[in-house]
Design a protein around this ligand. Structure first.
Ligand code: GDP
Ligand code: IMO
Ligand code: MG
Length: 441
């Protein structure tokens, strides 16, 4: 494989000045915890930001001044000059979506060039994956998963079946076209069997070949690049997508995504070994949200209506209204266990500024028993009834606080209790979408 221009042109930057070490950041709930905002906040201390799983089902929001950016495939470090963003081998990449994202950022004045590297081993999301995602959801009817319809499940399915195409395949247009045609033929047979319309070869192939031209200079062996960067003392931030309970193994299966969203996914999805990871930060909202179907014991329409009424909690990728509920410490405690969470970032505390009495689920009741950990099957999980502890609300604006001591006493008690119930150190409290609306402990 040829040496790619961008990988060769990444400047030989000096080691990062602050020793932050390599950090994995994961969502501790069902996604949308505010990972993008926290990554952007932490990027001050890291030279490299790496996505390791998921695809453009993710939507990570960053607010800089009065500008809002929603990133789907590109790591949340891209807005900062001098930072290198890496899309690792564990990500599934829709080349058309990636080109659209690059173009959109450039239009907003964000340079995207040698600061974005794309693994040559990442699997591609193809047009038939999107069509299959749609067709399977339709056939499931009331039992649907509520996917983002971005083709994520079928793309990971082909990866596991060893029939997928990878970004490295984009480097040779002639062989790519041949593989595209062969895979299209087989996938069309599956689409027909599901009662869906088969896809024509064109214009899809033309669009993919055009995207390949744009992406080619970004494609490289990112495993070698990351190890080289570590040897040069760069700090790395591994940006998780989705959340613990959307994990293919540990989530509310089958109402999950198709990748490992938990901390281990950062290693397999990047080629950086476990002993090079120094800490795991879990991001969680001060309440709970979920998009799509599946169990959610603390769901509560009253809090949902309040948050939606404030214009909050609409999906960053699909625009769907998120389901909302109280904080579920049974879930976050188990998430701390699975991910090995050392530190916590609690976001959206300000969402509770006007709630007089705030509930927190500390245990589940199921079939006459009290559970401290969630059941592993979705049906039992859906039958769990929350045991609540009630906290006094603070009924005042928290968004102006910049130090922990500036938060109202009831808010301090609340976030400390969330950290205590989860079992990890409280490090960051976020009280607004912007960079400065963040308290570090
Ligand atoms: P991600 O997928 O985990 O990156 O989260 P999303 O971007 O999908 O959703 C989080 C939403 O909450 C976005 O609209 C963020 O701008 C917003 N957000 C993050 N932290 C805070 C916070 O502390 N307060 C407020 N008001 N909004 C926040
Ligand atoms: P970020 O990174 C919230 C959900 C979908 C659906 C399930 C499967 O922004 O937190 P998929 O398209 O992945 O096959 O859908 O997973 N889902 C997310 N929910 N945040 C996300 O990403 C999500 N990515 C997927 O709603 O329930
Ligand atoms: Mg999101």
């Amino acid at each position: 494989m040829k040496i790619t221009p961008f990988a060769a042109r990444v400047p030989r930057l000096r080691p990062d000045p602050i020793i932050m070490a390599n950090t994995i950041l994961v969502g501790a709930q069902w996604g949308d915890e505010g990972k993008g905002k926290i990554i952007d906040f932490l990027t001050d201390e890291a030279g490299v930001v790496v996505r390791t799983q998921g695809g453009n089902n993710a939507g990570h929001t960053i607010v800089h001044g009065n500008k809002k950016f929603v990133l789907h495939l590109i790591p949340s470090g891209i807005l900062r000059r001098g930072k290198i963003c890496v899309i690792g081998n564990g990500v599934v990449v829709d080349p058309l979506a990636l080109v659209t994202e690059i173009t959109g950022l450039r239009k907003k004045g964000v340079p995207v060039g040698a600061n974005l590297l794309l693994s040559d081993s990442a699997h591609l999301v193809m047009p038939w994956h999107r069509a299959l995602d749609e067709a399977r959801e339709q056939r499931k009817g009331r039992n649907k998963i509520g996917t983002t319809k971005r083709g994520i499940g079928p793309a990971y399915g082909d990866k596991a079946a060893r029939t997928g195409l990878r970004t490295g395949d984009l480097l040779d247009a002639v062989s790519f076209a041949a593989k595209f045609k062969a895979r299209l033929r087989e996938s069309n047979a599956v689409l027909r069997s599901l009662g869906a319309k088969p896809l024509p070869l064109q214009p899809a192939l033309r669009h993919y070949l055009a995207a390949a031209k744009v992406l080619r200079p970004h494609i490289t062996n990112t495993v070698v690049w990351l190890h080289d960067a570590m040897a040069r003392g760069r700090n790395m931030l591994f940006e998780g997508a989705q959340g613990t309970y959307l994990d293919l193994d540990h989530g509310t299966y089958p109402f999950v995504t198709s990748s490992n969203t938990t901390a281990g996914g950062a290693c397999t999805g990047s080629g950086v070994p476990p002993h090079r990871m120094d800490r795991v930060i879990g991001v969680m909202k001060a309440y709970t949200t979920r998009v799509g179907e599946g169990p959610f014991p603390t769901e509560d329409d009253t809090i949902g209506e309040m948050l939606h009424g404030m214009g909050r909690e609409f999906g960053a990728t699909t625009g769907r209204a998120r389901r909302c509920g109280w904080f579920d410490a049974v879930a976050t405690r188990y998430a701390a266990m699975i991910n090995g969470i050392d530190e916590l970032a609690i976001t959206n505390l300000d969402g509770l500024d006007r709630v007089p009495r705030i509930k927190v689920c500390t245990a589940y009741r199921l079939d006459g028993k009290t559970l401290k950990h969630p059941p592993t099957d979705a049906d039992s999980w859906a039958r769990c009834r929350p045991v609540y502890r009630t906290f006094r609300g603070w009924m005042q604006d928290t968004s102006k606080a910049r130090r922990f001591a500036q938060l109202p006493p009831a808010a301090r008690t609340y976030v400390k209790a969330l950290a205590g119930l989860t079992g990890a150190k409280l490090r960051i409290v976020s009280i607004g979408a912007g960079h400065d609306e963040t308290i570090r402990l």
